[in-house]
Design a protein around this ligand. Structure first.
Ligand code: HEC
Length: 158
């Protein structure tokens, strides 16, 4: 891995997970119902995570889309493709600073063509739109300074 990739990986972690201990350290197993209102909200926010939990969901569904397209199961691909937009939106609610790139590169550009192609069940345009969507996922990783995300089996062409 290149030095710049390491630096961005370290920056991504931000505050160390241990710094959240003041929020997570409790002797009460009723960690929500036993807490005051503010702590409860803070714990939920912390537990639901930031952009990475939305991306984990996105990655899983993307793998399902890829497989469903390979299987010619357009309905299943359409199902997961729809959920991917929701997953990314949920991530943007938690990390609004990522919205500009997410919309410009993916949501307002690459998402719709694949959704439309799947609806039409046109194999040729599905294959083309999927490759464009894949490129958009990877372009956003570069734009958001996590280029190392792209070097994994998920993004290798079948
Ligand atoms: C806003 C631009 C953006 C778009 C669009 C985007 N990603 Fe990401 N992705 C990120 C960022 C930023 C991270 C690192 C998140 C973090 O660590 O908080 C990430 C992380 C990931 C991860 C690792 C998640 C984990 O923690 O396990 C996967 C997998 C992933 N993206 C897949 C995808 C796929 C597939 C697409 C396209 C369908 C996509 N991403 C579209 C920005 C984007």
């Amino acid at each position: 891995m290149k030095l710049t990739a390491w630096i961005s990986a370290i920056c991504l972690l931000g505050i160390s997970p241990l710094a959240a201990a003041s929020l997570t350290k409790t002797s009460d197993s009723n960690w929500l119902t036993g807490a005051d209102e503010k702590t409860r909200a803070e714990r939920l926010e912390h537990y639901l995570g930031g952009f990475s939990s939305a991306m984990q969901d996105t990655g899983l569904r993307y793998a399902h889309v890829k497989q469903a397209i390979a299987d010619g199961n357009w309905d299943l691909a359409q199902y997961h493709w729809g959920k991917i937009a929701t997953a990314i939106e949920n991530g943007l609610m938690k990390r609004p600073a990522r919205r500009a790139n997410a919309e410009a590169i993916f949501l307002n550009r690459a998402w719709e063509p694949l959704a439309a192609a799947l609806k039409e069940k046109n194999g040729e345009s599905i294959a083309k739109a999927f490759q464009q969507a894949r490129q958009a996922c990877m372009a956003c990783h570069v734009a958001e300074k996590v280029p190392f995300m792209n070097d994994q089996p998920l993004f290798r062409t079948p």
